[in-house]
Design a protein around this ligand. Structure first.
Ligand code: SF4
Length: 341
C-alpha cells in the first residue's frame, strides 16, 4: 500500500530576512504576524501529529515562509533541535526548508546536515538578472548556481521555486529561467505566478500603473509550457500557484492571476492540447468516449466542463466520459487507444 505523505508546515515569517522583495509581504502570505519560537514550533508539531494517522506514513517537518538560513545559526539550531527530536524518536522521517540562494554556505549546510534536513528549496524566482534586480531580490543568478551546486554536493535534495510574471519579465526571460533551472537538475520545482499582495512595493507600482500582472489566461499558458518542459526532463512540479491551503490570505491579493484551483486550470489546459494533438484536424466518428481514472475526471473535463465543450465545438461531435479505475492517473483511453497526458 502506498504511504501517506504528511508535511507539518512551520512558517517562519520574514524573520531573519533584511530584504524587501517587491512582491513580498511575508506576514500577509503566511497569515502569521508573530515570530516563530521553539516553543511555538513544538506546539504546532504536536497539534499536527495529534490529527495524523501515523501508520504507514511518511512525515516531514517543513520550515517555510521566510529565509530560514538567514537566521542566526543559534536560532536556526534551536528550531531544528525541536523538530529533530521527533526524527530521533522515529515519529518524523526528515526535515525540509526553504531559503534564499545567497544564504547558503558550507557552515550552514554542515549544520543542516546534523539535523536530518533532506530537502532545501531555494526561492530562485528568476534566473534573469534584470528581473532579479527589478524585483529587488538582492541576489544574482550566480548565487543561485553556486548555492544549487553546493546543496547537491552536500547530498541534499534541491527544490527550485520560480515566479513567472515578475517585473521586467518577458516570455523569453521566463523560459530562459526554466532552461537554466533544468540545468541545475533540481529534485522538485514549484511555480508561483506573481500575485500583487497588499502592502508590497508591487502593490504600489500596480496602483501607479507601472506594473501589470499576468492575466489568469496568460499565467495558465505560461505555467503549462513550463510544466511541459520540466516534465519532459522528469522533474516533478509539486505545486503550481498559491493555493488557499498554503496560507494565502486571499483578501491580501489585490491583483494578479489568483485562482483557487490554479493547478487544475493548467493541467486541464494541457490535457486539452494533448487531446487535440492526438485527434488531429478532424474526427470521423459522430461520438467519442474517453475513459479515465476517477481522480483524473475533473482534470479531463476542465472547469465547468470547458474542455468537453471546447472539443465538442471544435470537432462537432458528441463526447462521453466513462470512469475506468484500472487506468493510471493521466492516462486516457480514446477509441480504445491509450494516451498518456
Ligand atoms: S527574501 Fe523572501 S522573505 Fe525576504 S523579502 Fe524576499 S521573498 Fe520575502
Amino acid at each position: 500500500m502506498k504511504k501517506r505523505h504528511y508535511i507539518i508546515p512551520i512558517f517562519v515569517p520574514h524573520q531573519g530576512c533584511p530584504h524587501d522583495c517587491v512582491f513580498c509581504n511575508q506576514r500577509e502570505i503566511t497569515g502569521f504576524q508573530e515570530d516563530m519560537t521553539p516553543k511555538k514550533a513544538a506546539r504546532i508539531i504536536e497539534e499536527y501529529l495529534s490529527t495524523m494517522n501515523k501508520e504507514n506514513s511518511k512525515i516531514e517537518i517543513a520550515f517555510y515562509g521566510g529565509s530560514f538560513t538567514g537566521l542566526e545559526i543559534k536560532e536556526q539550531t534551536q528550531l531544528l533541535e525541536v523538530a529533530y527530536k521527533y526524527c530521533q524518536e522515529g515519529i518524523v522521517d526528515n526535515l525540509r526548508l526553504s531559503t534564499r540562494p545567497d544564504y547558503i554556505d558550507r557552515e550552514i549546510l554542515n549544520n543542516l546536515a546534523k539535523y536530518n534536513v533532506q530537502i532545501i528549496e531555494l526561492g530562485v524566482q528568476s534566473l534573469a538578472d534584470k528581473v532579479l534586480q527589478a524585483s529587488c531580490r538582492g541576489h544574482t543568478p550566480e548565487d543561485v548556481f553556486k548555492a544549487s551546486r553546493l546543496i547537491k554536493k552536500f547530498g541534499f535534495e534541491l527544490g527550485i521555486q520560480l515566479m513567472p510574471g515578475l517585473p521586467k519579465s518577458t516570455q523569453e526571460s521566463m523560459f530562459y529561467s526554466v532552461q537554466q533551472a533544468i540545468g541545475l537538475t533540481p529534485d522538485l520545482v514549484r511555480i508561483y505566478p506573481t500575485l500583487v499582495i497588499g502592502g508590497t512595493k508591487l502593490a504600489e507600482s500596480y496602483s501607479e500603473g507601472e506594473f501589470t500582472p499576468l492575466t489568469l489566461q496568460e499565467a495558465v499558458e505560461i505555467c503549462k509550457e513550463e510544466l511541459k518542459l520540466f516534465r519532459s526532463r522528469g522533474i516533478p512540479v509539486v505545486r503550481i500557484g498559491l493555493q488557499p491551503s498554503s496560507g494565502v490570505n486571499k483578501e491580501a491579493v489585490i491583483a494578479g492571476p489568483f485562482h483557487p484551483a490554479f493547478r487544475q486550470l493548467v493541467e486541464s489546459n494541457l490535457v486539452l492540447d494533448r487531446i487535440k494533438a492526438y485527434l488531429g484536424a478532424k474526427v470521423d466518428e459522430p461520438q467519442l468516449t474517453f475513459r479515465v481514472n476517477s481522480r483524473f475526471n475533473s482534470v479531463l473535463r476542465g472547469q465547468k466542463n470547458n474542455n468537453l465543450k471546447a472539443l465538442q465545438e471544435e470537432y462537432g461531435i458528441k463526447i462521453e466520459v466513462e470512469v475506468d479505475n484500472d487506468l493510471d492517473y493521466r492516462e486516457i483511453l480514446i477509441a480504445e487507444r491509450k494516451q498518456i497526458i
